[in-house]
Design a protein around this ligand. Structure first.
Ligand code: PMV
Length: 358
């Protein structure tokens, strides 16, 4: 599939505005390791979140000098790092959206969560920009025949910005990467699961315990690259494919015991991969371990099927069914909050990006 399209050039260059908010997502089976142009080494599946979102408004106007100039404001303040990152992203997209070179952009974003808290802000941020660019194409070139075409392209574009961002384009539970059992899946974009998911997962909770909101110790790009020489990577990719297969069964059956096993295995394997790379990274903090131990003890003593997962950082995502919301949240208050920076974000499975009326 090639989205390059030399016809997407304005005859009359417009001034305008588009706005989208897009959520973060939390992977249940992790993407860690890639090849080629953002092709995942193994498929992944995530919950799209509801409250951890990025709001992005893109103002565009005719370029002053026939090349794309870009300003980026984060929380209303100019942000040179994000401006550079977005400019690099736009450079990769000029064959797909040639109109980019005809425009100047002022991009305004804000997150509902700390942007370096280890919550995937690149997923929400890049997916919001990707979908906004597709919206510009849709408004001025009228190229999409169906909603599916629109979202598939948005997911493809988001993937080029940050792999996991391609899953944020859809709500609920999303896969990315070729899965043998699901013939509609692709390495190039995320897909909504097309089978009937057990209702227990439709309103699943994710309480994010912020253990450390500092900058990431290792960028995703470096982290993925380390898998090329990790002695365990081959087995890891086999394991991920097995976990995907088993997770698909669980998502149908609602077997929460197996869900806990898969999700925790994935989280700890992701960190094991970082610990066994050259150079190695230890991204958990002592409080991360304390929380994990407490969650496991709580689960054993109460029988409540709460599980934890981690991104490439020290913060804990606690996953649990809606029916245990009160019990789990009072456990967090009484026993776990002390291990955090006094910050817990109570999120849950959400319905995906929404258009803003800027
Ligand atoms: O999308 P990236 O390149 O930031 O990688 C994300 C990797 C993990 O968050 C650790 C796992 C995942 O699948 O989201």
């Amino acid at each position: 599939m090639n989205y390059n399209n030399p016809n997407l050039v304005f005859k009359e260059i417009p001034t305008g505005k588009v706005g989208w908010c897009s959520p973060s997502n939390i992977a249940l089976v992790k993407y860690w390791g890639k090849t080629g142009i953002q092709i995942p080494a193994n498929p992944s599946i995530s919950f799209t979140l509801s409250k951890s979102i990025t709001e992005t408004i893109i103002n565009f106007s005719p370029s002053k000098n026939d090349r794309c100039n870009l300003d980026f404001y984060f929380d209303g303040i100019p942000n040179a790092k994000f401006a550079e990152k977005t400019s690099e992203f736009f450079k990769k997209l000029v064959d797909i959206f040639p109109f980019i070179k005809q425009l100047d952009f002022s991009i305004y974003t804000k997150n509902t969560f700390p942007h370096s808290a280890g919550i995937a802000s690149s997923a929400s941020g890049m997916s919001a920009i990707a979908i906004a660019l597709c919206d510009i194409e849709n408004q001025f070139f009228n190229t999409f025949h169906t909603e599916d075409e629109f979202y598939q392209k948005a997911s493809y574009i988001a993937r080029l910005g940050s792999g996991s961002a391609c899953r944020s384009i859809y709500g609920s539970i999303v896969s990315w990467g070729e899965i043998k059992e699901l013939d509609y899946t692709s390495n190039l974009w995320g897909s909504r699961l097309k089978f009937e998911v057990n209702p227990v997962f439709k309103d699943y909770h994710d309480s994010i315990l912020i253990v450390d909101s500092g900058e990431k110790k290792v960028s995703s790009t470096v982290g993925h690259g380390l898998m090329n020489n990790n002695p365990f990577s081959k087995s890891r990719f086999i394991q991920a494919n097995n976990n995907i297969k088993n997770l698909l069964d669980v998502l149908r059956s609602g077997d929460l015991e197996e869900f806990v096993t898969i999700v925790e295995n994935e989280a700890l394997t992701l960190h094991a991969m970082m610990m066994t790379s050259y150079p190695s990274f230890l991204l958990m903090k002592p409080n991360t371990i304390s929380i994990i131990e407490n969650i496991r003890e709580f689960r054993n003593s109460t029988g409540i099927p709460v599980s934890f997962t981690l991104d490439a950082g020290p913060n804990i995502h606690m996953l649990y069914p809606h029916s245990f919301k009160d019990k789990v949240q009072s456990f967090i208050e009484s026993s776990l909050k002390v291990f955090t920076q006094n910050e817990v974000i109570h999120d849950n499975v959400g319905s995906g990006p929404e258009k803003l009326q800027p």
